[in-house]
Design a protein around this ligand. Structure first.
Ligand code: AMP
Length: 366
């Protein structure tokens, strides 16, 4: 939404009775828990008949109220009801997927972050353009199956819009590719062998103490590694060659592992990479605000006679990722950022509080 439309809506808001709302899924537990800790009311958006009993098992993270819809796209027609409740929406990956990015873009309710990012993030080639303009190394793209042999090793084939790695596959050559491919839009990417780190950043245009950018600061708050079926367990049968060949490899995310830290000498590179992505976003579309994640693989490569550790970024998520869920009370890095050990959910609510207190809420909502 245009900033003046947001300003108008916010003017009508009762700032003492703001509801933080999100769809009951993905990272909603920490979003509700964090919003409550920061003194906000919470609203869980859910579909009729969706499971809610599990929230009883987590009373601190249970939303104060539910907003029930027949279909998530109903939110478009029911925006007024949300405005009446002085609602600020916190988007997460499933929120955008369930609504569809075009509908999410049209939703006339103040939303945390800059929705302009969708134009650059949801289209794979625009996302790559952004990363490459920010001088962030990405895996090579193979435009034709005949060229698979041009990269030194296997490729990974990703279908467009596939959530969480579903149906991705690895191919060794053109023949292998043709045997496995389904008739759907896809990209063929160099398969990078290395160690995976999913780095969670927070960009605050409002804060000025910390790792400074041209405007605001960048925080590196945590890192996770995903657990993917069945690729992450294949090593157990790796020695049984015949058996391995009969099992199709899949990359469907089933969970996230926490407690991950980088060797300290990689931290400067991780900060520089994150800061270049934010600086470029400021230039391209006014900035990617709040949480974002770079999905990376670190490799060791020869350069000028030296062995160098290098980050490859294969994906960018421009909002809170489920990988922050292992850190409901902070990560190994958050104690070095602020006194309270807070989740990403609470960090978002804290930014909204800072925006409210300094009359700069319009700068972090869209
Ligand atoms: P994505 O949907 O791009 O997040 O990818 C899903 C999963 O596939 C990742 O978490 C990785 O395990 C794996 N993956 C994706 N791209 C690559 C790549 N270029 N090289 C190696 N593994 C990859």
């Amino acid at each position: 939404m245009k900033n003046n439309a947001i300003d108008e809506m916010l003017e009508g808001y009762n700032k003492n009775n703001i509801h933080i709302a999100t769809i009951c899924s993905h990272s909603s537990l920490q979003i509700f828990d964090g919003a409550k800790q920061e003194g906000f009311k919470t609203l869980g958006i859910r579909k009729e008949g969706s499971p809610v009993k599990f929230y009883e098992g987590f009373p601190l993270a249970k939303p104060d109220d539910y907003f029930v819809v027949k279909d998530y796209t109903d939110l478009l027609d029911r925006a007024d009801e949300l405005i009446e409740k002085n609602t600020i929406i916190i988007p997460h990956g499933s929120f955008v997927r369930y609504m569809g990015s075009e509908n999410f873009f049209k939703l006339k309710v103040p939303t945390f972050g800059n929705r302009e990012v969708l134009k650059w993030e949801s289209d794979r080639s625009k996302q790559r353009e952004w990363l490459n303009k920010a001088i962030v190394k990405t895996p090579s793209i193979i435009s034709k199956p005949e060229e698979i042999k041009n990269v030194n090793g296997p490729v990974i084939v990703k279908y467009h819009g596939a959530g969480g790695g579903t149906k991705y596959f690895i191919a060794l050559d053109k023949g292998d590719f043709e045997e496995k491919i389904e008739k759907k839009e896809h990209i063929i990417q160099e398969y990078i062998v290395g160690t995976r780190y999913y780095i969670h950043y927070f960009y605050s245009p409002l804060k000025n103490k910390g790792y400074k950018l041209s405007k605001g600061v960048l925080e590196l708050r945590s890192i996770d590694r995903r657990d993917e079926t069945n690729v992450d367990e294949l090593y157990k049968i790796a020695s049984i060659e015949k058996l391995r060949e009969t099992i199709p490899i899949t990359f469907t995310v089933t969970g996230n592992l926490g407690g991950i830290v980088l060797r300290e000498s990689l931290l400067p590179k991780a900060f520089e990479m994150g800061s270049r992505v934010v600086e470029k976003s400021l230039e391209l579309f006014g900035g990617m605000i709040g949480p974002f994640s770079l999905e990376t693989i670190v490799t060791e490569e020869e350069e000028n006679g030296n062995r160098e550790l290098k980050f490859y970024t294969f994906e960018l998520s421009a909002r809170i990722v489920a990988g922050t869920n292992p850190y409901p009370r902070g990560s190994p890095y958050t104690p070095y950022i602020e006194e309270e050990n807070m989740s990403m959910g609470r960090r978002i609510a804290r930014e909204i509080n800072v925006g409210l207190d300094s009359n700069r809420l319009h700068e972090i909502l869209s």
